[in-house]
Design a protein around this ligand. Structure first.
Ligand code: FES
Ligand code: FES
Length: 401
């Protein structure tokens, strides 16, 4: 747990939070400020928008620990705010809400437009509000409401403020928080999932019970004995695995290296080691690994068990995989089992294709995962595509009713 001190709606707050807790959960669960809504939790829908050091921010993708020293204003803190009061009245007048789920985030973003926009152009308002999704209204009322408030204020001689008065560049919240202090606190107080020391000479790889396990399989058009030999060649296997690179001396039983992953704006580089066990009698093996990403302070343990069986249909070999892992630290916030399972399926597909080519003496041809790093973005895209499809399906249903 990490102690943070921040101001929420003008109240000084200090609390212990887990490094993985995002700001919206912190506000809702610890401070009971439930006006901040959560929709997608991926930084897409805008339902969780609030003000961080007076600038709109997505609280679902902002860590509470990163807000140490910052000033947070939620929709509850805008009760007496002049612009928000005008916007609330305009939203009610123009029927700019139905279920109201998106409305707190809409009001916070709209307030920023009212502050900044010199005139009320519909297109600019739509662009400015494009980070806030509404599944009920069709946006017409929302745009009309915001436009009416901007027009009324300009007619009353209230000028816009360039950049809403912001003078600091950089991510919102970065102007007040003393990050070095915050990091020192994280280092001093983090007690969950403490990674082992990762000095290159002695990364210990203990057995463990994975928290999440899933099964995958793929087929390569080569004999099981050849595939088993290939799996014993760690540098060759690593060359087929997107994002993997070896460091130091590698033996058939153990090697050290790095694995790069990218999750939207977050790039992680897990440095660690693997231990390999093989049983030629039943063409099976087990790989146990540990890795630490210093930047996100994340730590993972993983275990891959494989078994090679003849493929009945197409000839060749079916590789049966059981993949288990545990993850601690900031990345655990994003690495939900469904996402990791999708990611692993994409990696497995790339690995299978690369391995098939390597066994045929051909060079790797890349794949859906960028070969330089495992890229979660495509998977995040898949997941978001499903969510958005559901969203629009729901919306069409609402319109037809
Ligand atoms: Fe934060 Fe959707 S819940 S952007
Ligand atoms: Fe916008 Fe319902 S009013 S989501």
């Amino acid at each position: 747990m990490t102690m943070i001190a921040l101001t929420v709606n003008t109240r000084d707050i200090s609390a212990d939070v887990e490094p993985r807790t995002h700001l919206a959960d912190f506000l809702r669960d610890k401070l009971n400020l439930t006006g901040t809504h959560l929709g997608c939790e991926h930084g897409v829908c805008g339902a969780c928008t609030l003000l961080l050091d007076d600038a709109p921010a997505r609280s679902c993708i902002t860590y509470a620990v990163a807000c140490h020293g910052a000033r947070v204003t939620t929709i509850e803190g805008l009760d007496d705010d002049e612009i928000t009061t005008e916007l609330r009245a305009a939203f009610a007048r123009e029927h700019a809400l139905q279920c109201g789920y998106c409305t707190p985030g809409m009001l916070v973003s709209a307030r920023d437009l009212v502050l900044r926009m010199p005139s009320a152009d519909e297109r600019d308002i739509r662009v400015g509000m494009s980070g806030n999704l509404c599944r009920c209204t069709g946006y017409v009322g929302i745009v009309r409401a915001i436009r009416s408030v901007i027009e009324a204020r300009r007619q009353r001689g209230v000028a816009s403020i360039v950049g809403a008065g912001r003078t600091l560049l950089g991510p919102v919240g970065s102007g007040h928080g003393n990050m070095s202090d915050s990091r020192a606190r994280v280092a001093a107080k983090t007690t969950v999932g403490q990674p082992p020391a990762t000095s290159d000479s002695a990364i210990s790889i203990e057995d463990f019970s994975p928290e999440h396990v899933f099964e995958q399989s793929f087929v390569v058009l080569h004999r099981p004995a050849d595939v088993f030999d290939f799996f014993g060649n760690i540098p060759a296997v690593a060359a087929c695995l997107p994002g993997a690179s070896l460091s130091g001396v590698s033996t058939p039983e153990r090697t050290e290296g790095t694995m790069q992953v990218r999750l939207g704006p977050i790039a992680a580089r897990f440095k660690g080691a693997i231990r390999v066990e093989r049983d030629p009698a039943i063409l099976s093996g087990r790989i146990v690994g540990v890795g630490t990403d210093q930047r996100s302070r994340s730590f993972t343990r993983s275990e891959i068990r494989y078994r090679l069986v003849p493929d009945e249909q197409g000839g060749g070999t079916r590789v049966l995989l059981s993949i288990g892992y545990s993850l601690r630290g900031m990345l655990a916030q994003f690495a939900r089992p469904g996402l990791v399972s999708n990611l692993t399926a994409a990696i497995t597909a790339d690995f299978a294709r690369n391995a098939d080519r390597a066994l045929s003496g051909l060079p790797s041809d890349g794949g859906a995962c960028d070969n330089a790093s495992l890229n979660f973005v495509a998977l995040l895209g898949n997941s978001m595509r499903h969510k958005l499809r559901r969203f629009f399906r729901g919306r069409r249903r609402g319109e037809n009713e």
